[in-house]
Design a protein around this ligand. Structure first.
Ligand SMILES: [Zn+2]
Length: 308
């Protein structure tokens, strides 16, 4: 039976003083290349779509490299992978290049680059106290105890990120939009620097990479209505297919969140494989709509151990 280790990457970048948004920390491109060298000694690389079609008689060990959010960084990754003859799967968010938007969680990263979690957390507390006092008790930011146990780092920062991720979406969006406009003049300009362009996505596809759906607005599908979920999937799939002129058959559920209805809707949109954030190694009998993935930022050692 085929084994499929799917690895999840986000930021992969050099900490270069000259590049935009240098304050955002990510995996260095050199460390990335070292990981790929190590993995390639034991695994055969393939895309998510390719792994989903492996038969039970295949006994090889495969590795699927997956890159969410369509970050500009991924173009540099792509150039390297192409040179090595490695095919990977990229999941861009279509509103980023189609409407020049910046999604909520990236707005938060970009704000943390300009200021710090204390400033932002205190502003959030004031915002909740004035505009949504009923939510203050549950979500105000403090440094008494961690609300997100698995996260490492400063308690106040962890709690700030937790509040942004857990508040009702329109409320955290309103707060982040207000803050964002005080630190950045143009969302459009930031979006163009931060995300892949249509032309880059097309080039990556034409050079053998798989392009998958990561929805249009990157909202949590699990808490959305059926109609909203359908719109999110269909719209992004149509936009991507218009660019690459090929069917899009894989999905990465934003934040790894989905419900049985999400899966049903994805299938109705002719999507045949999906990746989650469930931490598991896949096999040819794993449900193709909910493949597990390992986040290399937290589990690099475990993955490298698995390779030994
Ligand atoms: Zn994402």
């Amino acid at each position: 039976m085929a084994t499929g280790l799917a690895i999840m990457y986000h930021y992969v970048r050099e900490q270069d003083e000259k590049r935009p948004h240098k304050g955002i920390f990510g995996l260095g491109i050199d460390s990335f290349k070292k990981q790929i060298e190590a993995i390639s000694t034991k695994f055969t690389f393939c895309t998510v779509n390719e792994f989903s079609r492996m038969t039970k008689t295949d006994n090889k060990r495969y590795c699927m490299l997956t890159f969410d959010d369509g970050l500009k960084d991924h173009h540099e990754v792509f150039v390297y992978l192409k040179e090595k003859g490695i095919r990977a799967t990229f999941f861009p968010i279509t509103s980023t290049f189609d409407e020049s938007k910046v999604i909520n969680s990236h707005k938060m990263h970009l704000l943390l680059e300009k200021t710090n979690a204390y400033e932002l957390g205190n502003s959030l507390n004031a915002f909740l106290e004035n505009k949504h006092p009923e939510l203050f008790q549950q979500f105000h930011v403090h440094d008494k105890y961690k609300r997100w146990n698995k996260q490492f780092g400063n308690i106040f920062t962890i709690n700030f990120k937790f509040a942004i991720a857990s508040l009702p979406q329109q409320i955290s969006k309103k707060f982040l939009d207000d803050q964002f406009s005080t630190y950045y003049d143009s969302e459009e300009k930031v979006s163009k620097e931060f995300y892949l362009s249509e032309a880059q996505i097309k080039q990556m596809h034409d050079d053998g990479m798989e392009i998958g759906c990561h929805t249009h607005n990157h909202n949590n599908l699990k808490i959305q209505s059926s109609i909203q979920q359908q719109n999110e999937i269909e719209r992004s799939k149509n936009i991507l297919e218009g660019i690459i002129k090929d069917p899009v058959t894989s999905i990465s559920y934003p934040y790894g969140q989905f419900s049985p209805e999400t899966i049903q809707l994805a299938k109705q949109n002719n999507i045949t494989s999906g990746v989650t954030t469930i931490q598991q190694i896949n096999h040819s009998n794993t449900d193709k709509m909910t493949f597990g993935r390992i986040d290399i930022a937290y589990f690099e050692e475990k993955i490298l151990e698995h390779i030994k």
